[in-house]
Design a protein around this ligand. Structure first.
Ligand code: FES
Length: 577
């Protein structure tokens, strides 16, 4: 064996299930032999759990059933024994009311799948938005060696010679259709052309951001996150991950040895250089806190001021992930910013970040810019605070019309999504382009699950007049593929009695992104009067998972983890009776 071993076969976790000479182990072994395996298949070898989020309703992961076979090929090559364990798929387009309601569910499932089975190391297969943080949060808490295999982005969309980007172009052409400039036939063609291969959304949305963040943290093989799902490099990467996890078990290379504060700073810097999704802030905070690192939103703001956006990818730029891959992918981007990264951080490759970036090159300089000629001089995300969001809220200035970066306007406030949806198409709606649209009850408890309602629709009468952006404020999230002057994640949320709950139509709201401030211009006396008559809404769920969610979910600034999943208190290994 070429790797440095920190363990003997008897010290493998799986030995307790499979190696002993007792009746229980007999039972476990006989059940493996029921599959047609023999002792030579597992004896003395690391058992690798492949947590696979493949599902027939998640086309982002449509290839992961086959790719699990490539992972197994690698595991066998390196002398391990693979066992595939299916997990919840969290298909972003289908899961209602929001996949965010289930991210922590997947995290629990991943952690407990690994804990309850004879698993020595884990390969985490996902990519569709919440699957990446869900799998990683679970693996961090479980604490055994783990490697993340990103599903990879789908190919570019195509319609009548136009390139189409997931989400971003759907919103754009939907607005054209609502404004009467696009017919049913064209709309139908776009529906058939926007998603034309397996793989995740191919803009710099939450999926692409989180896959890149996972790689920048050191949890995926170098370059893995940029490979398009259908590319032959993808199965090769899967096999390499299978080989590597076996060595990681022998080396005892656990997430705790990789996930340091410096690794999280690296990941946030990469997130900013990519112009990444605002959703990543919640997920990165949650992952860091699982790793025992007290990360908060202010860290994102501080790093955002130091790191320019250099990836020219939709929605902040004009290219798509396929172009990013041809330009050199994440290694090339990180290679442009070595002066901003801690190159000594360890990664699952067994090498440091600096070693992983050796010879990284940019092949298409208009897709990956240099720090000297960035797309935007400052980073992707601004964290604002003020009397409307005492614990903060976030905005993506690069995706907003410049005039909204300093703006004061009258609020048009909606108590909930349904009220807003009914109002925005009314021709007699009393609204101007300078109004500030406010949506309440879209937060972690109020949504519930913080749905992606934060890109509030522009009222139809303004759309017809050519308005394409307005200042919008909510405690909801926004799809990473969205754009516009949207202020999100207001904490604390309105459902829990945050100041957003007290906003009324006609109130003046002022936002100053340069000063990082958001202010509701209503006197303290009036706010106290409104608070005295404000009533806490009834719980959304009378029973079940939703009721548990509402009781235990944290606010956006805390990463929206469950209170009972946080912390690093050791959980005993299961008894084997
Ligand atoms: Fe799966 Fe966007 S829908 S990544």
């Amino acid at each position: 064996m070429s790797v440095q071993t920190a363990k003997s076969p008897e010290q493998l976790r799986s030995y307790r299930w499979l190696g002993r000479n007792d009746l229980r182990s007999f039972g476990h072994r006989s059940r493996l032999r029921q599959f047609g395996y023999d002792r030579a298949d597992w004896a003395g070898k690391p058992v690798i759990g492949i947590i696979n989020t493949w599902s027939e309703i998640n086309a982002c992961h449509g290839h992961l059933r086959e790719r699990a076979e490539d992972v197994k090929r690698g595991v066998y090559q390196a002398g391990g024994f693979p066992i595939e364990l299916p997990a919840m798929s969290l298909a972003e387009p289908f899961v209602k009311p929001s996949t965010m309601l289930y991210r922590n569910f997947l995290a629990m499932e991943c952690e407990e799948l690994l804990r309850s089975h004879p698993i020595d190391g884990a390969v985490l297969m996902g990519g569709c938005d919440k699957t990446t943080p869900g799998l990683i949060m679970g693996a961090i808490s479980m604490g055994i060696p783990a490697i993340y295999v990103p599903a990879g982005p789908m190919l570019r969309g195509n319609w009548r010679g136009h390139t189409l980007g997931s989400g971003s172009d759907a919103w754009k052409y939907w607005d054209e259709k609502r404004a009467g400039r696009l017919g049913d036939e064209e709309w139908n063609e776009i529906e058939g052309g926007i998603s034309r291969s397996f793989g995740t959304c191919m803009v710099m949305g939450t999926a692409a951001t989180m896959m890149a963040v996972a790689e920048a943290l050191g949890l995926a093989l170098p370059g893995a996150s940029s490979i398009p799902a259908p590319d032959a490099n993808h199965p090769r990467m899967c096999a390499a991950a299978g080989r590597r996890i076996v060595d990681m078990v022998w080396e005892d290379m656990t997430p705790a040895k990789i996930l340091t504060p410096a690794a999280f700073d690296n990941a946030i810097r990469v997130h900013m250089a990519l112009g990444g999704s605002t959703n990543a802030i919640i997920h990165v905070i949650a992952m860091a806190r699982r790793a025992g690192i007290a990360l908060d939103m202010q860290r994102f703001d501080a790093i955002s001021r130091q790191v320019p956006v250099i990836a020219n990818i939709t929605p902040s730029g004009k290219y798509l992930m396929e172009d990013f891959f041809y330009a050199g992918g994440l290694r090339a981007l990180m290679g442009q910013m070595t002066g901003l990264l801690d190159l000594s951080c360890r990664t699952v490759s067994g090498r440091t970040v600096g070693e992983n970036l050796a010879n990284a090159q940019v092949h298409l300089p208009d897709v990956i810019h240099s720090l000297k000629e960035p797309l935007y001089p400052e980073g992707a995300t601004a964290v604002l605070t003020g009397n409307l969001a005492p614990r903060g809220c976030v905005m993506k200035p690069a995706a907003a019309e410049k005039r909204f970066l300093k703006h004061r306007g009258k609020a048009l406030a909606f108590e909930n999504y349904d009220e807003m949806a009914r109002a925005v198409d009314r021709d007699d709606l009393d609204v101007t382009p300078d109004h500030v649209l406010v949506l309440k009850n879209g937060g972690p408890k109020g949504g519930p699950g913080m749905p992606e309602w934060g890109q509030l629709p522009i009222p139809k009468k303004l759309l017809k007049a050519g308005v394409r952006d307005m200042l919008r404020i909510s405690d909801a999230r926004m799809s990473g593929t969205s754009y516009g002057a949207c202020i999100l994640h207001v904490a604390p949320e309105s459902f829990a009695g945050g100041p957003l709950a007290l906003v009324q139509t006609g109130d003046e709201i002022e936002v100053d992104v340069a000063a990082r401030s958001i202010r509701l211009h209503v006197g303290d006396e009036e706010l106290s009067r409104r608070r005295a008559i404000w009533k806490s809404p009834p719980p959304r769920y009378p029973r079940g998972y939703g009721a548990m969610f509402s009781q235990h979910i944290g606010q956006a600034d805390e990463g929206c983890d469950f209170d009972f999943l946080q912390g690093r208190a050791p959980i005993p290994e299961p008894e084997i009776y």
